[in-house]
Design a protein around this ligand. Structure first.
Ligand code: ADP
Length: 159
């Protein structure tokens, strides 16, 4: 049976922590849709187009991964794509409460969906898009924390 999973997020920008979750998900599911959330309530650093482009570049060698963007309810998006699994990554304890609340809401909105949490890999447990941006904005090295071309995007953005 074709098993499709959606991995949603802001990906502003994609980090190696995200890529790690994508690779591990692609190992489990026949298709993984990485879905960039178009959130009018947030003020992102990078445009949807740039975030999708960076994700496409970061996942180009994984054949069963597709990058897309969506707005509105994630549960409706998943339904429309025929996906029964939503993947989220968990880092420190701090992620838990928000994710727990969100997962219960997803389930309420779409009973057919399962929310699957993948534990971060140790080397990325402290890594977030916002931390990477903060370090890059002060000219610090983010080598090995983001794909090379994302490093370049960040350098261009903050120069
Ligand atoms: P959101 O705004 O939806 O939290 P993010 O782009 O920050 O979007 O994160 C998308 C998903 O990836 C979330 O489930 C988040 O917990 C997870 N994630 C982010 N960074 C890491 C990391 N370093 N290791 C594992 N999971 C991560």
């Amino acid at each position: 049976m074709e098993k499709i999973a959606v991995y949603p997020g802001s990906f502003d920008p994609v980090t190696n922590g995200h890529v790690d979750i994508i690779k591990r998900s692609a190992f489990i599911f026949s298709e993984v849709i990485v879905a960039v959330f178009i959130n009018p309530g947030k003020n992102p650093t990078f445009s949807i187009k740039d975030r999708v482009k960076m994700l496409q570049e970061a996942t180009k060698d994984i054949p069963n991964v597709r990058v897309d963007s969506f707005s509105g309810l994630l549960t409706e998006y998943a339904r429309a794509k025929g996906a029964h699994v939503i993947i989220r990554g968990l880092r420190a304890l701090a992620d838990f409460e928000k994710e727990f609340q969100q997962a219960l809401m997803y389930k309420k909105l779409n009973e057919d969906v399962e929310i699957l949490f993948l534990m971060t890999s140790q080397e990325y447990s402290f890594l977030s898009s916002s931390l990477v941006k903060e370090v890059a904005s002060f000219g610090g090295s983010i080598e090995n924390l983001v794909p090379e071309f994302v490093d370049k995007y960040l350098k261009d953005y903050f120069s």
